[in-house]
Design a protein around this ligand. Structure first.
Ligand SMILES: N[C@@H](CCC(=O)N[C@@H](CS)C(=O)NCC(=O)O)C(=O)O
Length: 198
């Protein structure tokens, strides 16, 4: 059985919960309270020396980093569509996974952090500009297509969704990003979809 070390409001944990739910994979949640610094205890640091959520374990396997975890889940439990085995198509998905970890992280993810957990945000001064940059890139990408990487949902959509869908928490608006808004609606309609607090 998979165990997810998890905090409900943490966006990187939500990425993993959303993918597990979309794929119908059973797992158990082990709550770790970032506000109580439970991610910096010796026990947790032994699991993840980076001192970050999420962490996933299965038997003796211990995995950190939401992107790496999603790739593992997709390979293990998904059909090829969530992460294609064809190298050309896989590379496109991986490029958008990286965008979720960088452009989205520095933009809407950190904007939300700056409002909800300011002591964890290292670039509060640039989050508005970075959010605009990231949302423009995603809006342009989605202007003539339904899904971010390929012509169907992939882990790249799941990686981007949490920070984009919760960007209002960081006072970032999706107004004017019509293609992104339409994509958010498509994500919410996927079978197995769960909200951040479900
Ligand atoms: N690259 C990592 C980043 C993980 C990360 O930043 N996790 C946040 C919660 S969403 C965290 O644990 N922050 C606490 C800290 O960095 O001290 C991933 O994608 O999982």
């Amino acid at each position: 059985m998979i165990t997810l070390y998890d905090m409900p409001l943490a966006l990187n944990c939500y990425k993993v919960r959303l993918l597990l739910s979309l794929l119908g994979v059973d797992y158990r949640r082990e709550p770790i309270d970032l506000l109580e610094n439970e991610h910096k205890t010796p026990e947790f640091l032994a699991l993840n020396p980076f001192g970050q959520l999420p962490v996933v374990t299965e038997g003796s396997l211990v995995l950190r980093d939401s992107q790496a975890i999603m790739v593992w889940i997709a390979r293990k439990h998904g059909d090829d569509s969530w992460l294609p085995r064809d190298p050309d198509r896989e590379a496109i998905v991986n490029a958008w996974l990286s965008a979720a970890a960088y452009e989205i992280r520095l933009g809407p993810y950190d904007a939300r952090l700056a409002k909800l957990f300011p002591w964890l945000c290292v670039n509060a001064n640039t989050v508005n500009e970075r959010s605009d940059l990231a949302l423009k890139l995603y809006d342009e990408r989605l202007s003539d297509r339904e899904w971010i990487a390929l012509d169907h949902p992939t882990v790249a959509d799941v990686a981007a969704y949490p920070a984009i869908s919760q960007c209002g928490d960081g006072d970032i608006s999706l107004e004017g990003y019509d293609a992104v808004q339409a994509w958010v609606g498509r994500m919410r309609a996927l079978p197995g979809y769960v909200d951040i607090l479900d």
